[in-house]
Design a protein around this ligand. Structure first.
Ligand code: GLU
Length: 313
């Protein structure tokens, strides 16, 4: 089935969602941020939008959830737009780690002690300190406004219950941030940097919001519906490359083989992915597999990519 259009997808999608949903019982919701454990474990929803603005959704696509690590793609882009490549890659590397997203191991083992990439927690915390703004509040507002712009949804906001839940329990992220400060990686007060980080992880979205943001990345930074150029092409290229090499935690290699699309997942169960030049896709499935990715979501994307021959490789 080489050529797909939105009608074809909409005919097949509901049955595929129902079938992938059966995977949910084999996973778990994230519990290290207590508020996230309340998410409906059996949910699976998806929204897809094409370059003409035609969209389809299936399953529990109206469910609101927090972006978590998906927001790291956009803070990276904003930090690049604020500072340029040289400054950003002085503070974070370009390589996958092979370790957990919240590991500190290599920070001490591998010199010069900068995070391996901007999508692991240490890297995203370093990126949060590079966002321009006079204080934590202004930086957080700039990130939120950027995500509102890309999603074309000015009502997006931070889920304060999730924000407080993470902030109250983030011992590991806190220790990592203090370690980075000591290594000279973080600028500013550590608690202020962490506040920016927790707030952008807690931005509440639906699948349609993620799909809209993904559509801009799928079109190299231009919103195809308005023609507005929102991100320089080079920075989209950098973001999509990180999504391919590190976007799905330690299963990024497996995802590249099974699905073959740039993607980023978050511990709330969201996945943002795209078919470059064609579709933006947002997905939610809070039941996670052992690698921290939505178990039913990955299954659904695998079915879609293989049926429609979407892999880029
Ligand atoms: N806010 C989460 C954390 O720092 C994000 C992790 C994720 O989604 O991978 O642990």
């Amino acid at each position: 089935m080489p050529r797909t259009d939105i009608e074809q997808i909409s005919t097949l999608l509901p049955a595929w969602v129902e079938s992938s949903k059966k995977q949910c019982i084999h996973g778990k919701t994230a519990s290290y941020i207590p508020e996230l454990s309340k998410a409906p474990i059996e949910a699976l929803g998806i929204h897809l939008i094409d370059s003409n603005g035609h969209s389809i959704s299936a399953g529990d696509s109206e469910l609101a959830f927090t972006m978590q690590s998906i927001s790291k793609v956009f803070t990276l882009i904003l930090a690049l737009m604020d500072n340029g490549e040289e400054v950003v890659f002085d503070k974070v590397g370009m390589e996958p780690t092979g370790d957990n997203f919240n590991s500190m191991l290599k920070l001490e083992l591998v010199q010069p002690g900068i995070p391996f990439n901007p999508l692991i927690n240490a890297g995203a915390i370093a990126i949060s300190s590079l966002i321009a703004g006079k204080d934590a509040n202004e930086k957080s507002q700039r990130v939120l406004r950027f995500i509102q712009l890309l999603s074309n949804n000015s009502s997006l906001s931070c889920d304060l219950d999730v924000y407080r839940s993470e902030s109250a329990t983030a011992n590991l992220n806190r220790s990592m941030a203090y370690f980075l400060k000591d290594n000279g990686v973080l600028q500013g007060q550590v608690e202020d940097v962490l506040d920016v980080y927790f707030r952008h992880c807690s931005i509440s979205v639906t699948c349609a919001d993620l799909a809209q943001m993904a559509l801009v990345l799928a079109h190299n930074g231009t919103n195809p519906l308005t023609g507005d150029k929102l991100i320089p092409r080079r920075y989209v290229q950098i973001a999509k490359t990180f999504m391919t090499t590190c976007g799905m935690y330690n299963a990024s290699g497996e995802f590249a083989i099974q699905v073959g699309l740039p993607a980023k997942s978050g511990v709330a169960g969201g996945i943002l992915t795209m078919v470059p030049g064609r579709y933006g896709i947002g997905l939610i499935g809070p039941s996670l597999n052992r690698k921290g990715n939505s178990i039913a979501g990955v299954n659904l994307l695998q079915t879609m990519s293989q049926q429609f021959d979407w892999s880029l490789f």
